[in-house]
Design a protein around this ligand. Structure first.
Ligand code: SF4
Length: 466
């Protein structure tokens, strides 16, 4: 059987799918000078291939099927499997319609197809509900999939074959040279899932709603890393686990095994700051850890608690970020603006905190209730947005009790401007550690913030300061 695997590329904005927002995806349509630059850089460094599709390619090849890969071109095949997303589902269903018109059976996989099958029902022969590997194994064994198909989560992740990047990319990342001022190489890197799901309880998070937390054995992960090292010199690996350092002992064992096998690689991961300590950071760094992302979300512990998120003490956040800076590890902090408890002042405080915390990068998004999350149930009566593609992380989608849509959008733009248009951002980006220079840069920050405040007074009659 010839199976077409499709991760249809979007025609506008910067769209990330697969493991981003649990698979619902996000779309950054630039809305300011700063976000135009960010969008451009993301196109270059963050457009990583889909790890889930690479798993499906491996399963199908294991059973002797021919795999064809596409980012949107129409390709002849017996069956096509499409990676679904919320932010670009119309593009995906249009592609599916065109394929079905050519006589190909089409199925959708991913969290959006699982949680919102009604968006795909008229465009599909089958829709997989759950992590797709079990269902695609059945397809590979000869079962005809039709209508809604339940797919059990794979309990033992070690039983899965390693992702087949050779089948879904062309010479991905082969022979890249790491540029001087960025950690992630142009063209992205190789995503890897050492675990799936998340044991935490943040009510707005889609990462925890498709299946429970499971982790692969260390030997199995390092076998995959070793295979990558054979194919690609010095690979850059992007661990896409929602909470990479959940188990400290596993991390220590992983670092030990990478070093014991003499693997030369660099990697980044996403985690929580309370799942890191300076000793573990040192250990990870020695094994090749060069960048990390983590949620800070809000400066207000009470707000976080109302959303099921365990706050992390400020001293610990600063300790880990400072230690990472000393080690030359790039840090990217995530913030959410527009929690129900938020108002202008509290968001201003979060923006100020983001700048003061001094991570290398920051990503600000507007609180978005994603279908299937407890937060969605809570906010459903307040929804104002009817176009699901607008649930992109940057668009207000519900009636906020304290802020208008205009105010929320303005605060989002101000967050990016205040974070990225300050001298200390450049100092962090360039990894400047000289104390005298950093003191001078802080003084310059204060002047720049005054300018921002004057501009905000003109535009909104109040500054974004707390
Ligand atoms: S820590 Fe919270 S936000 Fe992060 S992946 Fe887990 S549930 Fe989601």
């Amino acid at each position: 059987m010839r199976v077409v695997l499709a991760d249809v590329k979007s025609s506008h904005g910067f769209v990330s799918k697969d493991t981003v927002v649990g698979g619902y995806g996000s779309r950054l349509e630039p809305f300011s000078r700063v976000t135009r630059v960010i969008s451009h850089l993301k196109q270059r460094y963050h457009d990583v291939p889909s790890v889930h599709m690479a798993y499906l390619a491996a399963i199908l090849a294991q059973w002797g099927h021919e795999v064809r890969w596409t980012r949107g071109e129409l390709v002849d095949g017996d069956v096509a499997i499409v990676l679904s997303s919320l932010v670009d589902y119309r593009n995906e269903t249009a592609w599916a319609d065109a394929m079905r018109a050519r006589g190909t059976k089409v199925g959708f996989v991913g969290i959006t197809a699982s949680k919102m099958p009604e968006l795909f029902a008229e465009h599909a022969d089958f829709i997989v509900n759950g992590e797709p590997e079990s269902a695609i194994q059945r397809l590979a064994r000869g079962e005809t999939l039709s209508g809604p198909v339940t797919s059990e989560a794979v309990a033992d992740l070690d039983t899965l074959p390693f992702p087949r990047w050779d089948l879904i990319t062309t010479a991905h990342n082969g022979g890249f040279r790491e540029p001087r001022w960025v950690t992630r190489p142009a063209g992205g890197g190789i995503p890897l899932l050492a675990s799936r799901g998340c044991p935490e309880f943040c009510t707005y998070c889609p990462h925890r709603i498709l299946a429970g937390y499971r982790a692969r054995s260390i030997g199995n992960i390092v076998d995959e890393l070793q295979q990558l090292c054979v194919r690609i010199p010095r690979p850059y690996v992007i661990f896409r686990d929602p909470l990479f350092t959940e188990q400290r002992e596993r991390m220590v064992a992983l670092c030990d095994e990478i070093q014991a096998r003499g693997l030369t690689l660099t990697f980044e991961a996403e985690t929580r700051l309370d799942r890191l300590d300076p000793e573990l950071l040192d250990k990870l760094h020695a094994a090749g850890f060069r960048a990390m992302s983590f949620g800070v979300e809000s400066v207000a512990p009470a707000t976080l608690k109302r959303s099921g998120r365990r706050p992390i003490p400020e001293e610990h956040q600063r300790l880990i970020i400072d230690h990472a800076r000393q080690r030359g590890i790039v840090t990217a902090a995530f913030y959410v603006l527009g929690f129900l408890q938020d108002d202008w002042q509290s968001i201003a405080a979060t923006i100020e905190y983001a700048a003061d915390l001094g991570s290398t990068f920051a990503q600000f998004k507007i609180l978005t209730p994603y279908p299937g999350t407890p937060m969605f149930k809570q906010l459903q009566p307040l929804l104002t947005e009817t176009d699901w593609e607008k649930f992109d992380g940057y668009t207000p989608t519900f009636r906020h009790p304290n802020l208008s849509e205009v105010e929320l959008r303005y605060l989002l733009g101000a967050a990016y401007r205040r974070f990225y248009m300050r001298p200390s951002y450049l100092a962090n980006f360039l990894k400047v550690r000289n104390t005298a220079v950093r003191r001078w840069v802080s003084r310059m920050d204060a002047r720049v913030f005054d300018r921002h405040a004057r501009m905000e007074m003109v535009e909104m009659s109040r500054p974004v300061t707390c």
